[in-house]
Design a protein around this ligand. Structure first.
Ligand code: TXA
Ligand code: MG
Length: 356
């Protein structure tokens, strides 16, 4: 049985948080909101509980989990060494959507890190997540609370739909702030490497570190991962049931955006069976009138925060609306654009490039 708590006027040490912390301490699973997406948590030291996370999600066992903490002391429990750079990042970017990969302490069960000798750690800023970890008093291992391969849950409703009956507690605090997962950076390597672009732009992380971070092709959502630096990266992700076709223009001038929309329009009109849908932006919306495809607006290109925030919600909506093929426009690979493109490229089963 799953207990769903709806948290509206949230209080730090309310009954719901104490109950959920108790469940974690007794080896149960708790889905909880963070400022990025919802997580599915277990006590980090409890191998049995962590293995239940993999089962419930249908997650491959070689994809490690992020360990969530509420204090630097907790980081010291799970990491064997904390480099100077890590302290800089923790001080400036925590609590917040940055995950730092550190050398792992012996104490962390191998199942959590999928056998790697590193551990990914983050301190979420969502008050519910923070008080849950504080109340538990121990780090909480938690991947995103979606079945493996599906878009991450950005609202309590998504989690209830996916996990009801499969976990002990769901803490529903409505929609999340960023709607996209944390940025993952490995600082054990020289230079540091971006493993997953996320809610905090990599440029901001570089500014804090005062040096460049290597951005491999797989972090852009391109190419294949030979050596699994970030094991999760080798799987198809975030995909709706519908087939997603990503169309990238060679530049993002007004003329090019028009050409992009024209191309998508032609493809959508020519499509044979099923229902075509389009993921548009405010800037291109007017070009799609009269195409006979359902059009969803991600937001304005001037506001990539809004686009990133709406992306997973809309990827779920296209399935609810029974779209069979979805055309998505590309975005420039900078700032949050890199994050958006990583998710779109991973979700896409076809990619088209147009010269304009
Ligand atoms: O925003 C987020 O990060 C959310 C919330 C719940 O905190 N969590 C999340 O977890 O997105 P998950 O499991 O869906 O993604 C974790 C990513 C995976 O790509 C995994 O491969 C990578 O982090 N990762 C975890 N531990 C790692 C490690 N030791 N080395 C390299 N990559 C690691
Ligand atoms: Mg995930």
């Amino acid at each position: 049985m799953t207990i769903v708590f709806r948290l509206k006027g949230f209080e730090q040490d309310c009954f719901e948080i104490r109950y959920a912390a108790g469940v974690l301490m007794r080896g149960g699973l708790v889905a909880f909101p963070t400022e990025t997406v919802y997580g599915l948590g277990a006590l980090v030291w409890d191998e049995g509980a962590v293995s239940k996370i993999f089962q419930v999600k249908g997650r491959p066992s070689d994809n490690p989990l992020i360990v969530h903490v509420s204090s630097i002391e907790m980081v010291e429990k799970v990491a064997s060494r904390i480099p100077e750079d890590a302290y800089k990042l923790m001080e400036k970017a925590w609590p917040g959507p940055l995950t730092i990969v550190l050398p792992k302490s012996e104490r962390v069960p191998r199942i959590v890190t999928a056998g790697l000798d590193t551990v990914a750690v983050r301190m979420p800023s969502h008050p519910v997540a923070l008080s849950l970890i504080r109340e538990t008093g121990e780090p909480v291992a938690a991947p995103s609370a979606n079945p493996s391969g599906k878009p991450s849950p950005t609202s309590g409703t998504h989690v209830v739909r996916d996990l009801i009956g499969r976990v002990e507690v769901i803490l529903d605090a409505g929609e999340t702030l960023y709607g996209v997962e944390s940025t993952v950076v490995n600082i054990v390597t020289e230079p540091p490497v971006l493993l997953r672009p996320g809610a905090i732009p990599v440029e901001e992380v570089e500014k804090i570190l005062g040096r460049k971070i290597l951005i491999p092709e797989f972090a852009k959502g391109l190419g294949q991962v030979e050596k699994p630096l970030a094991p999760g990266m080798k799987y198809r992700h975030y995909a709706p049931e519908a087939k997603l076709v990503l169309v990238e223009p060679s530049s993002y001038t007004r003329e090019c955006l028009k050409a992009l929309a024209e191309y998508i329009k032609t493809q959508a009109l020519a499509g044979s069976d099923g229902k075509p849908c389009i993921l548009a932006t405010l800037e291109t919306l007017q070009h799609y009138s009269g195409v006979g495809a359902e059009t969803f607006t991600l937001g304005s290109r001037e506001n990539p925060f809004e686009i990133a925030r709406n992306l997973f919600t809309i990827l779920r909506k296209v399935d609810e609306e029974e779209c069979s093929i979805v055309y998505a426009e590309g975005f420039p690979d900078q700032g949050l654009g890199l994050t958006i493109m990583n998710r779109l490229r991973k979700a896409a089963s076809e990619k088209h490039l147009i010269n304009c």
